[in-house]
Design a protein around this ligand. Structure first.
Ligand SMILES: C[S@@+](CC[C@H](N)C(=O)[O-])C[C@H]1O[C@@H](n2cnc3c(N)ncnc32)[C@H](O)[C@@H]1O
Length: 969
């Protein structure tokens, strides 16, 4: 059943009254409409009284036109009278309202009632004439007034307002009691009422981060009309934020990235990148400190915000910070000196967009209202913040609310992306990610560059890797940040020296520090140590970090304290009171490169080391009074074996003590306690009675090459020296044994197994009373090498001089695991036929050797001598006191550690004649019989007959491990 018409009229009157239309006018129009619509009167109230509203305004326009015409007629008819009676003519107060204002009001009423429905409204049902009129009215409204009046203003008389600015179309936004009265019926409440108490204490204007782009510019030349300025001011009587917009301004500039303007009364700048929206939270604290009557903000992208802006917490954070800085209460003078505070961005969308805020700071409080707009150079420094940076700061934004001479150290840039890794200045910087923004704003401000040291292994993969940020301004100001992983409670590894040097240089330049002792590295270490100490020791609430930071402090400043409560997660802010030149982020990542303490498990998992790191480890070991055992493959830096060593472990880097051309290391892997005790000699030495004739005149011209020059090996005709080796040289130009020669040597040695000597009368047999199992008669003669020597005319570099030059192979003495005692191994790969070393010892006679033997009877110990009997028989039978041996028991070289192997030994001994043609003395040279791998033990077949013991060579249980072992275990 249709409602009573009276009720309908009453409802319509109440509805119109809400918009200030008197009841009587509504009733009159309703009467006419009801007549007009007859039984279809429901159409009048449909769609939010659209028909009624149009009719009301049509009526009003008619009346106004009538009054206006009447007034003109009146003026025309009474012009003379009017001239004479000016007072009677009300020309200064026309009763007609301006059409534009009416139209605006009408449009806005429509909008307030139902914007969307109105836009879609179809008034065809009402009649084409009326419809056309309505549409025309609407178009007219739009064109003349508000292009997109999406202003949603929570208005409350005598209350503070929460103004949410739409984004899509900048619009005039006037918030405040007076202004609200002007736009009294245009607003739509979007927020629950705010109590007087709340509103007076916390006036807020929230501009949602992800929907608003706010720029702040200054009233000065260079101001762009592309920016829509909103003047923020504080009401005298109310905590009301007045945001006055220039409705004529349109957003034209798509990328007004950086702007700098200076207010007449202020020296602050707050610039926001347009394409990176940021939250601006103008809470009470910020407003009271930062907003003055001439601050200008720009709204470039209106959008309706969420009702509850997330900025509240940020505001709180910012205020906390201000309180901490003692800046909560600011005097009027201070207000003009303070700059805009930007709380931390809170919107996730914003964070995703990597929004950047540029903050300029007030550096010069001499600026005054008359034009303190000349910024000092320092004021040109911009701080570019990134969300990541903000997070690293533990939620606090860098606030440039510094008073006079407060120069924030520098800036941090972090774009959050892994940039190009480029080679910078030095090799060590190759993992220094650099990003030069190279941005210049219209005022010529050069923006920043940043550098970030990335963990080598994590470049491009882990954004949270070791970071070392250096950012600097054109003025030389620098800010550093380093990442420290507090979970690694061990020694830390500071970033590369090269990077630190760069930062240090900038520091010093920026602050003109003449402090010679200043060391950025020390500073960072100190900070890390403090950090770790605080993490470990709950009794430490704060630690002084004063030594290295002192140069930066202003006079009278207290020590810089590292406070526990400044740690927020992994982030730390270093408080420097009062000037705060530093803002530290503990961005030094603790790398487990240098284990601490040096325990046996300290190096577990460490498979690759650099040479510099070995040094570090050695240092650590040394400090701990421990010896190092690092086995490193020389061909690469792969770590072969690492074990922490006990105090009594031994590592000798050169047992030869410089006697050889190469170092001979000794590694005690198995904690052997029978340290070899001997004196290293690189050349045979006559002990006492041995008669070795090195006289030049003992060498006939036939035994040397007096006609040669240069390298004998290149001579087409073999020289005299070659003739003594069987008609040809034993060596190749590459210094290896010729294959044929080596084969013959190996073959002869094979045949001699079991043979102790040459000739019919075996010297050993007679002198040592050894029973021979094998007759010595008829065995092959051993092959000799004859090298050129001093009497030869050839060059010292002659290819026929190999053994006499000494050893060149890197060798190492080590404790064999098989039970052979000490052994010798090569540290490099060796080809077949290579000279390894000579067996060096004291030259003793057989008699002397027997005497030594008698002294050690009953003592189980290794034997270190060889018989020089290769030339036996060539010069007749020698007496015992003439027969010679090499004994390396007390004086010897590296060869004394070469163990025996029954078959497939890697070395073969070959007699080498150098100084004397007398075959009673010669050099025992050891050459490889095959390729030998690095770290493989070098062995030699002693030729020992294990069945027969004698005084000179005691048999031993053989651990050679070969399949043809003659005395297996
Ligand atoms: C010239 S030294 C070699 C270095 C000796 N291993 C050391 O610890 O000083 C010779 C002595 O080493 C030991 N030796 C050499 N080769 C061996 C093997 N295959 N098996 C067991 N012991 C061996 C014997 O005691 C022998 O007398």
């Amino acid at each position: 059943m249709a409602p009573n018409k009276k009720i309908v009229v009453a409802d319509a009157c109440r509805a119109m009254e809400q918009y200030g239309i008197p009841k009587i006018k509504t009733k009159a129009v309703m009467r006419e409409l009801l007549k007009l619509y007859g039984t279809s009167w429901e159409l009048i109230v449909q769609e939010g009284y659209k028909v009624l509203i149009d009719a009301l305004f049509d009526k009003q326009e008619e009346e106004e036109r009538g009054k206006y015409n009447k007034t003109i007629a009146y003026v025309g008819e009474n012009s003379k009278a009017a001239k004479s009676k000016d007072k009677e003519v009300p020309h200064d107060k026309p009763e007609v309202e301006l059409p534009s204002k009416r139209l605006r009001t009408r449009s806005q009423i429509k909008q307030a009632l139902s914007q969307e429905e109105f836009a879609k409204s179809n008034l065809a049902k009402i009649g084409s004439e009326q419809k056309d009129q309505n549409v025309a009215d609407f178009d007219s409204d739009t064109e003349l007034e508000d292009p997109a009046p999406l202003v949603r203003t929570k208005c409350s008389r005598n209350q503070d307002e929460l103004a949410l600015v739409p984004m899509d179309n900048p619009v005039s936004l006037v918030v405040g009691e007076d202004e609200l009265s002007w736009t009294y019926c245009m607003a739509e409440a979007t927020q629950p009422p705010v109590s007087d108490e709340q509103s007076h204490s916390e006036p807020e204007v929230h501009l949602s981060t992800d929907r608003y782009r706010i720029k702040q510019d200054f009233l000065q030349e260079g101001y762009s009309k592309s920016c829509l300025p909103i003047t923020a001011s504080k009401s005298e009587h109310h905590n009301v934020v007045h945001l006055h917009s220039d409705s004529d301004s349109k957003v034209e500039d798509p990328e007004p990235l950086l702007r700098r303007k200076r207010s007449r009364h202020q020296n602050e700048r707050a610039l926001v990148s347009v394409d990176n929206p940021v939250l601006v939270d103008l809470g009470k604290g910020e407003l009271s400190q930062n907003c003055c009557s001439e601050e200008v903000a720009e709204v470039t992208q209106p959008h309706v915000s969420d009702k509850k802006s997330p900025s509240t917490s940020d505001s709180h954070l910012a205020q906390q910070y201000l309180r901490k800085e003692g800046m909560t209460q600011s005097s009027p003078v201070e207000k003009t000196e303070l700059s805009q505070t930007y709380p931390r961005s809170a919107s996730p969308q914003c964070e995703e967009k990597n929004s950047k805020i540029l903050e300029a700071d007030c550096r010069d409080n001499t600026c005054n209202s008359d034009g303190g707009n000349d910024l000092t150079p320092a004021t040109d420094v911009l701080d570019l913040y990134h969300n990541n940076s903000l997070d690293m700061l533990g939620g606090e934004r860098f606030v440039d609310n510094q008073l006079k001479n407060e120069v924030p150290l520098a800036v941090i840039i972090s774009d959050g992306s892994v940039g190009e890794v480029s080679q910078v200045e030095a090799d060590d910087l190759k993992f220094l990610k650099t990003k030069s923004l190279d941005v210049e704003d219209r005022d010529g401000l050069k923006i920043l560059e940043s550098a970030e040291l990335l963990d080598k292994d994590k470049v491009g993969s882990d954004p949270d890797c070791s970071k070392f940020n250096i950012a600097s301004s054109p003025n030389g100001e620098v800010k550093i940040a380093f990442l420290c992983n507090s979970s690694q409670q061990s020694a830390f590894h500071v970033t590369s020296d090269a990077v630190l040097q760069v930062a240090e240089k900038r520091f010093i330049e920026a602050y003109r520090i003449g402090e010679p002792s200043f060391s950025l590295k020390k500073l960072m270490i100190e900070l890390c140590e403090c950090f770790l100490a605080m993490g470990n020791d709950s009794t430490h609430d704060e630690l002084s970090v004063s030594k290295n930071l002192r140069p930066f402090q202003k006079s009278g400043a207290d020590d810089i304290l590292l406070r526990k409560d400044n740690f927020q997660g992994n982030h730390c802010i270093l408080s420097c009171i009062p000037s705060e030149p530093f803002k530290f982020q503990n961005l030094i990542k603790v790398l487990p490169e240098i284990p601490k303490p040096m325990t046996s498990s300290g190096l577990e998992g460490l498979h690759c080391v650099s040479h510099s790191m070995v040094k570090d480890i050695e240092n650590v070991c040394h400090r701990n009074e421990k010896r190092l055992k690092l086995l490193i493959d020389l061909d690469s830096i792969q770590l072969c074996n690492v074990e922490a060593v006990q105090d009594y472990h031994i590592y000798v880097d050169d047992i030869a003590r410089g006697e050889e051309r190469v170092k001979v290391t000794l590694e005690n892997e198995r904690n052997a306690d029978n340290v070899p005790s001997f004196l290293y000699i690189s050349r045979n030495m006559v002990y006492d009675k041995a008669c070795v004739n090195f006289a030049l005149d003992s060498i006939s011209n036939e035994d040397c090459c007096i006609c040669c020059s240069g390298d004998c090996l290149t001579s087409p005709i073999p020289c005299a020296c070659a003739r003594k080796t069987g008609g040809g040289f034993a060596y190749t130009p590459g210094g290896l044994l010729k294959e044929k020669f080596l084969e013959e040597c190996i073959s002869v040695n094979q045949e001699l197994k079991g043979h102790d000597c040459y000739g019919n009368k075996c010297k050993a047999e007679s002198s040592r009373n050894i029973k021979r199992s094998v007759a010595s008669k008829g065995h092959p003669r051993r092959k000799f090498i004859k090298e050129c020597w001093s009497k030869c005319e050839c060059s010292k570099n002659c290819g026929n001089r190999v053994v006499q030059r000494g050893m060149t192979v890197n060798l190492q003495v080590y404790w064999t695991p098989e039970g052979k005692g000490w052994g010798l191994r090569t540290l490099e790969h060796l080809p077949r036929g290579a000279f390894v070393c000579e067996y060096v010892g004291e030259i003793v006679t057989d008699v002397e050797l027997q005497q030594r033997y008698m002294q050690s009877v009953g003592i189980e110990k290794p034997v270190y001598h060889v018989l020089l009997d290769a030339g036996y028989g060539s010069e007749g039978v020698r007496k015992d006191e003439e027969s010679l041996c090499l004994d390396a028991t007390y004086y010897g070289n590296v060869a004394r550690f070469i163990n025996h192997r029954c078959s497939d030994a890697s070395l073969i001994e070959i007699p080498v004649e150098v100084e004397t043609p007398d075959r009673s003395y010669y050099h025992v040279a050891l050459f490889t019989t095959r390729k030998v791998n690095a770290r493989e033990e070098l062995t030699w077949d002693y030729g020992i007959d294990f069945e027969h013991h004698n005084r000179s060579m005691r048999a031993f249980r053989c651990f050679c491990g070969s399949s043809y072992c003659r005395n297996p275990n």
